[in-house]
Design a protein around this ligand. Structure first.
Ligand code: SF4
Length: 186
C-alpha cells in the first residue's frame, strides 16, 4: 500500500511532514539551486522512499540545478546519479533511504547541508530553527536538553510531538517520521 507523492506536493509536504534534516536540505536546494553529493543522496533517497517517482525526481532536481548550470549540464552530469539511486543505472541496485543512525554518524564539512540538525547544528542555530516552529517554551527547553545529552532521536521525537500535538512511536528513520506525520495529518 505504498503511497506516491507528486512534484506539486513537495513544498507543502516539506513544510508539514519532513523531519528537520530533510526540511533543511529541501530549503537549501531551493535557495542555492545546488546541493553537494552528501545532501543529494540524503534528500534524494528520502524522497524516493516517500514515494516520489523517478520522472518527478528528475524534474525536481533538473528544475533546481538548471537555474544555476543550465539544463544541458544537469542532464550530462547529474541525471545519471538520480537514475542510479532509483536502480536504473550501473549495478541496478535499488538503494534504500538513510536511517537516522547513518545520518547522525555522517561528518558534513563546510558547505555541506546533509546530516542531522540535532547532531550537527550549533546550539544557537538549532535553537533558532526550533524557535521557528512555534512550540511552547517548555517543549523547546525539553528538546534542547535532550540534544545537550546527545539524545538526538529523542529530541526529534519531542519535536514531532510538539509540531503535531500528539504522541509519536519514536523516530529511527526520516521516512518513518514522514509516514507517521502523514498518518496524523491525513
Ligand atoms: Fe532526521 Fe533522524 Fe535527525 Fe530526526 S533524528 S532530524 S529524522 S536524522
Amino acid at each position: 500500500s505504498k503511497t506516491t507523492i507528486g512534484l506539486q506536493d513537495l513544498d507543502s509536504l516539506a513544510q508539514r511532514s519532513f523531519p528537520l534534516c530533510m526540511r533543511h536540505l529541501y530549503t537549501k536546494v531551493k535557495e542555492d539551486h545546488h546541493l553537494r553529493h552528501g545532501g543529494r543522496q540524503q534528500l534524494g533517497l528520502f524522497l524516493k522512499g516517500a514515494g516520489l517517482k523517478l520522472e518527478d525526481a528528475l524534474a525536481f532536481w533538473r528544475a533546481e540545478f538548471s537555474q544555476k548550470m543550465g539544463v544541458e549540464k544537469f542532464d550530462k552530469e547529474y541525471s545519471y546519479n538520480v537514475r542510479h539511486n532509483y536502480g536504473r543505472e550501473g549495478k541496478r541496485t535499488d538503494y534504500t533511504p538513510y536511517s537516522c543512525m547513518k545520518i547522525i554518524m555522517a561528518t558534513p564539512g563546510v558547505g555541506d547541508h546533509h546530516g542531522c540538525p540535532f547532531r550537527h547544528f550549533s546550539q544557537e542555530n538549532l535553537h533558532a530553527v526550533i524557535g521557528g516552529l512555534r512550540l511552547n517554551a517548555h517543549t523547546v527547553d525539553d528538546i534542547m536538553g535532550k540534544v545537550r545529552n546527545h539524545h538526538y532521536q529523542l529530541a526529534c521525537a519531542a519535536t514531532f510531538e510538539g509540531v503535531h500535538g500528539c504522541q509519536c512511536d519514536g523516530i529511527n528513520h526520516p521516512n518513518q517520521y514522514f509516514e507517521q506525520s502523514q498518518k496524523v495529518l491525513n
